[in-house]
Design a protein around this ligand. Structure first.
Ligand code: NAD
Ligand code: UDP
Length: 320
C-alpha cells in the first residue's frame, strides 16, 4: 500500500521540525512548507536526503498547491514568540487568518485531515485558573499581543467552520509554553532567554516582579500529545501542556542552578498585557488521549541547556 503523506506548514520551525521527525518515524512521508520567517534550515538539515521528505520554501498566506496525495495537513506556520509577533504583526495576522484559510482549502481539496496549532493565548489573561477548554478567554483585541491571540482565535473559528460547513475532519491543539532543542537562542521567549543569558554569564532579565506564572512542557511530550490528537476522533480543541506551574522568578532561579551560573537577576518592566497566570487543565487529554507529560521539567531543561551549550561550542553566535 502507498505510504500516507503529511504537509507540515511551519515545518522548519521549532515545533514543526520535531513534528516532521516524528511523522517520518511513524512511516508517513512529509512535505515541509516554510518561508523561513522565524524558522531555520538548520532545524531540518538532517532531513534533506531522507526518503519521503521534501521541503518547499513558500509563504502559506498564498494559494498552496501540493501535487499528489495528502492525508494530513498540520498548520504550524506562525511567529510564536512575543518578540517575533510584535516585530511581525501583519505577517502574524496574515498567517493565522489567510494562511489557515489556504491550509484548510488544501485539506478540503485533498480530503485530508487538518490539525491547527492553536495556543493557550486564546485564553488571554485568564480569569479562570487552571484553564479548561470550555473557558472562552479574556483577550484584549487591540493590545500589542492581540495580533497573535486574535489571529489564533480566528484560525480556530475558521477551522470549526470548515469542519461544520465543508465536513473537513479537523483537530485543534491548544499548545501551552513548550520548550526544547531547536528554539532560537535569542527568540525572546523566557526559556531560551534565561538559558542563553546564564551561559553567557549575563544577568537574567525577569519581567515585572516575576510573580506571573507559566507551565512549561518539554517538546517530546508536546509532540506525543499532538500526534495522539491527530490520530484521535476529537473534533473540539484539546489543551496539550504540562500543568507543572511555577513563577517566572522561580524559573529564573531554577535555570541559574541548573546552568551553575552565579549571575544576578535584573528586573525589567512587564510587557503590556502579559498574562498573570497560565496552567493547562489537561483532563480532556488524559481522558480521551490517555496522554500526560512524562518528562520532568528539570530533565527537559538539562537537555535544552546541553543543546544551547553545544551551539556555543560549535561557535554558532546567538541567532537574532
Ligand atoms: P517557530 O517560530 O519556531 O516556528 C514557526 C514557523 O512558521 C517558522 O519556521 C516560520 O518560518 C514559519 N512561518 C511563519 N510564517 C509563515 C508563512 N507565512 N509561510 C510559511 N511559513 C511561515 O515557532 P514554534 O514555537 O515552533 O511554533 C509553531 C506553532 O506552534 C505556531 O503556530 C505557534 O503559534 C504554535 N505554538 C507554539 C507554542 C510554543 O510554546 N512553542 C505555544 C503555543 C502555540
Ligand atoms: N519573561 C521574562 N524575561 C524574559 C522573557 C520573558 O521575565 O527575558 C517573562 C514574560 O514576561 C512572561 C513569561 O516570562 O511572563 C513567559 O514569556 P514568553 O515570552 O516565554 O511567553 P508567553 O507565555 O508570555 O507567551
Amino acid at each position: 500500500m502507498d505510504k500516507a503523506r503529511a504537509v507540515v506548514t511551519g515545518g522548519a520551525g521549532f515545533l514543526g521540525s520535531h513534528l516532521c521527525d516524528r511523522l517520518l518515524a511513524e512511516g508517513i512521508d512529509v512535505v515541509c512548507i516554510d518561508n523561513l520567517l522565524t524558522g531555520s534550515l538548520t532545524n531540518i538539515e538532517h532531513l534533506f536526503g531522507v526518503k519521503g521528505f521534501a521541503f518547499e520554501n513558500y509563504d502559506v498566506t498564498n494559494f498552496i498547491h501540493v501535487a499528489g496525495r495528502v492525508d494530513f495537513v498540520l498548520h504550524f506556520a506562525s511567529p510564536a514568540s512575543p518578540i517575533d509577533y510584535l516585530e511581525l504583526p501583519i505577517q502574524t495576522l496574515k498567517v493565522g487568518s489567510l494562511g489557515t484559510h489556504k491550509a484548510l482549502g488544501l485539506a478540503k481539496a485533498k480530503g485530508a485531515r487538518f490539525l491547527l496549532a492553536s495556543t493557550s493565548e486564546v485564553y488571554g489573561d485568564p480569569l479562570v485558573h487552571p484553564q479548561p477548554e470550555g473557558y472562552w478567554g479574556n483577550v484584549n483585541p487591540v493590545g500589542p499581543r492581540g495580533v497573535y491571540d486574535e489571529a489564533k482565535r480566528f484560525a480556530e473559528a475558521m477551522t470549526m467552520a470548515y469542519q461544520r460547513f465543508h465536513g473537513v475532519s479537523t483537530r485543534i491543539v491548544r499548545i501551552f509554553n513548550t520548550f526544547g532543542p531547536r528554539m532560537r537562542a535569542r527568540d525572546g521567549r523566557v526559556v531560551p532567554a534565561f538559558i542563553s543569558q546564564a551561559l553567557a554569564g549575563e544577568p537574567l532579565t525577569v519581567f515585572g516582579d516575576g510573580s506571573q506564572t507559566r507551565s512549561f512542557c518539554f517538546v517530546d511530550d508536546e509532540v506525543e500529545g499532538i500526534i495522539r490528537l491527530l490520530f484521535s476522533e476529537i473534533p473540539d480543541p484539546v489543551n496539550i501542556g504540562n500543568p507543572a506551574e511555577m513563577t517566572v522568578l522561580q524559573f529564573a532561579e531554577t535555570i541559574r542552578r541548573l546552568v551553575g551560573a552565579s549571575v544576578p537577576i535584573e528586573f525589567r518592566p512587564l510587557p503590556v498585557d502579559d498574562p498573570k497566570v497560565r496552567q493547562p487543565d489537561i483532563g480532556q487529554a488524559m481522558a480521551y488521549l490517555g496522554w500526560q507529560p512524562k518528562v520532568p521539567i528539570e530533565a527537559g531543561l538539562l537537555r535544552t541547556i546541553e543543546y544551547f551549550r553545544s551551539l556555543l561550542d560549535r561557535g554558532a553566535g546567538p541567532e537574532r
